[in-house]
Design a protein around this ligand. Sequence first.
Ligand code: GLY
Ligand code: MN
Ligand code: MN
Length: 488
Amino acid sequence: MAEATTGTDGGAESDDKPIKERKNRLYPVVSDELAAVMKSDWADTELRGLSPLPQSSYAAARRATLSARFPGERIVVPAGNLRTRSNDTEYPFRASTEYAYLTGDQTQDAVLVLEPQRGGGHAATAYLLPRSNRENGEFWLDGQGELWVGRRHSLTEAEQLLGLPCKDVRKAADALREATGPVRVVRGHDAGIEAALTDKVTAERDTELTEFLSEMRLVKDEFEIAELQKACDSTARGFEDVVKALDKAEATSERYIEGTFFLRARVEGNDVGYGSICAAGPHATTLHWVRNDGPVRSGELLLLDAGVETHHLYTADVTRTLPISGTFSPLQRKIYDAVHESQQAGIDAVKPGAAYRDFHEASQRVLAEKLVEWGLLEGPVERVLELALQRRWTLHGTGHMLGMDVHDCAHARTETYVDCTLEPGMVLTVEPGLYFQTDDLSVPEEYRGIGVRIEDDILVTDDGNRNLSQGLPRGAAEVEAWMAALRG
Ligand code: GLY
Ligand code: MN
Ligand code: MN
C-alpha cells in the first residue's frame, strides 16, 4: 500500500487545504510545474441521464413519514465517517442505517437534512462529498482524493440517482450552525455535525428521533422484503459452499468456513451482515463464537450462524447446526430434534395479531418439556417456565427483528417491539437453541460440549408467515440428505 500525501485528514475538510501544505515524506514539495501538469488534460466524465436508484421512491415515502412526525423541525441524519484502523488506513465504511434507509445512498461523510417549510412539510437535501477538486490538487494529493479511493458521483449525478437536491457536505456544518429553530439529530455517527448542533439539540429529543426511525422500520415495504429474500437466497448458497468445503475445513480450521462463506457474501452481496459464527464442536456452546480459529472434527457438530448483506444493506441471519461427518449421532440427533420441534412451534406462532412474545413462549415451552423429559430439570413444566429454569441451557431470547441491521429496530420502545402485536411486513428470526457447556456438571457427561441452534428468517404475511430462509433444510433427515447430495 502506498502512502498518500496527507494521510486521513477527513474528506469533508480537505478541499480547503492549499496545495503546498499537502506534504509527503518522499516529495516534500510539489513544484508549480507538476501542479500545473496534474491539473490539466482530464476528460469530462460527467454521467448524464442516470436512472434513479431502485429504492428512491420508497426512500421518498419514508422521508414523508418522518416529516409528518416532526412538523416544523429541522431533522439531521448523518451517514457517518471513516474509522481509522491504523494511521492512514481505515475500516471498510458502512453508512448508518438511518441515512441509507432515508436516501438509498451509502457514501461516507454525507448528511441528510430535512428543512421545515413555511407552508408545512419539509424540503430534503443530501449533503455529499462532491467530486475531488483538481485545481488545488486534492484529487491526487489527498488520501481521500478520487485518484486514491475512486471516482465519486458529482452532485448532479447524485441528484439523478437519489431524486433529491444535493449540496457540498463541506458546507453542511456551517449551514446547520447558522440555522435557527428546533433541530433534532441522529447521534452516534458524525461527531463534527453533532458539534455544530451542540447548543441547539437535547438528548431527550434526539432519542425520540432515533426511536421513531427504528420504529418506522418495524414493518418492511416491498422493496425491503425483496432484499431480505435476496439476502436469504445468497445465504443459502453460502451454506452450501460451506458444506462442500467441510473436508478442507477439517484439514485446516474454522477459518476455512468463515472464508468460504465470506466469498459468497462478497461476490453476491456487499459483505456479511455480522461476524460469522463458525463454531465447531464445543465452540457451538459459545453464543457469539467469532474467533473461528478452532479445529473442525468429524463426529462433532458445526454451528454456522451467518448472513449475507445485500448491496442495499439488508442482511439475512440464519443458523444451521450440521453433523460434520454428515450423520448425527443418536444423542446429537435427540438434542437437534428437540430444538427443531421448538423452532417449529415458534414459527407456527408467528402470524398477524399474535403477540410478539408468543413465538418465544411457544419455543421455550417445548424446550422446557424436553429438559424435564430428559431428567435434566425437575417438573412440572409450568413451574420450570414460571421460573425460567430452562434458561441454564437455552440462554438467549428466541428471536429478534431483522432488516438492515441484524438486530434490527434496536432503538424501538418496548411497547412497540417486544410488547407489540405482529403485523404483516414484520420480519423476525426464530432461533431457539440448547447449549451444554463443557464444564457443566449438572448434565450427564455425554451432553457436554454439544450446542445446537436453528435459526430462520420469518416474514409475517396477511394470513400467517413465510419462511424466507426455507431454501435450507431444517429437519435432521433432510439436513443429512442435503449434505450427502452436496458432498457427492
Ligand atoms: N447472529 C446473531 C443472532 O443470531 O442474533
Ligand atoms: Mn439472530
Ligand atoms: Mn444468528
